[in-house]
Design a protein around this ligand. Structure first.
Ligand SMILES: Cc1cc2nc3c(=O)[nH]c(=O)nc-3n(C[C@H](O)[C@H](O)[C@H](O)COP(=O)(O)O)c2cc1C
Length: 221
């Protein structure tokens, strides 16, 4: 075969090869660009959800000696509060007593009894303006078949009208002890949704976390 013909053939093959490579690269770029666009859209949706969400988790929870689960540095209700805030991207406000409850269980029980008998409104540290939020998750342990009095302090200090309140609580056998209905009558201008009650020990387990997330999914989060 003539040399020029071999050279020409090689040239054609090289040009074809470059064209095919360029086409392939182009199609990869399109795929990559589409992936980028869809990631950007996902991010935008996540941002919109966060902005529309305007959810707040308010909770009271005690650390120290606990009757059911021993010595704890994160309270049972605080565990649930964390699952909820993490899943819904909600802000968090912890109700912390100005006068800390003792580490000792029995001493706390004595103080709680006194607070309940005197219908006290214990002071808490700082505060949060709830006006910005549409949805307020409210968490507490059951104390004497009711919410701790310091939770009533928070309720008294805020206007819940127009808010959606979603309660959650931990306990050692009392369930929610009628507190969700109580909340609805306390906060007449708010809509109180059905809450989730977990035993203190369950709240600390994977199962407790799963139950909390399933409950949130059922609520539409
Ligand atoms: C003062 C006090 C009273 C309590 N009263 C009840 C009660 O009436 N019913 C119940 O099921 N659990 C009762 N408990 C147990 C707590 O509800 C339970 O340990 C809860 O998980 C504690 O949550 P925390 O770790 O978030 O504070 C009481 C605990 C304390 C300290």
């Amino acid at each position: 075969m003539e040399k020029w013909l071999i050279g020409f053939g090689a040239l054609i093959i090289a040009v074809l090869g470059i064209t095919v490579a360029a086409l392939l690269r182009g199609s990869n770029q399109i795929t990559e660009n589409n992936a980028t666009i869809s990631n950007q859209e996902d991010n935008k949706m996540a941002e919109t959800n966060q902005n529309n969400n305007k959810s707040l988790v308010v909770y009271f929870s005690r650390t120290g000696e606990n009757y059911g689960v021993g010595e704890i540095s994160v309270g049972n209700t605080a565990m649930m509060a964390d699952y909820i805030a993490e899943y819904t991207s909600a802000d968090k406000f912890e109700i912390v007593s100005v006068k800390p409850y003792p580490n000792n269980y029995q001493e706390t029980v004595d103080i709680a009894t006194e607070e309940r008998n005197s219908n006290a409104r214990p002071e808490y540290v700082g505060d949060i303006d709830i006006a910005y939020y549409d949805i307020i998750f409210l968490g507490y342990p059951i104390w004497w078949s009711d919410m701790p009095m310091i939770v009533y302090s928070f309720l008294d200090n805020h206007d819940f009208s127009g808010k959606m309140v979603i309660p959650f609580n931990t306990h050692e056998g009392s369930g929610s002890s009628g507190t969700y209905q109580k909340l609805q009558s306390e906060l007449s201008g708010a809509t109180v949704r059905d809450g989730l009650a977990l035993s203190g020990s369950t709240a600390r387990t994977d199962s407790g976390k799963r139950q909390t997330l399933n409950w949130l999914k059922d609520l539409g989060f």
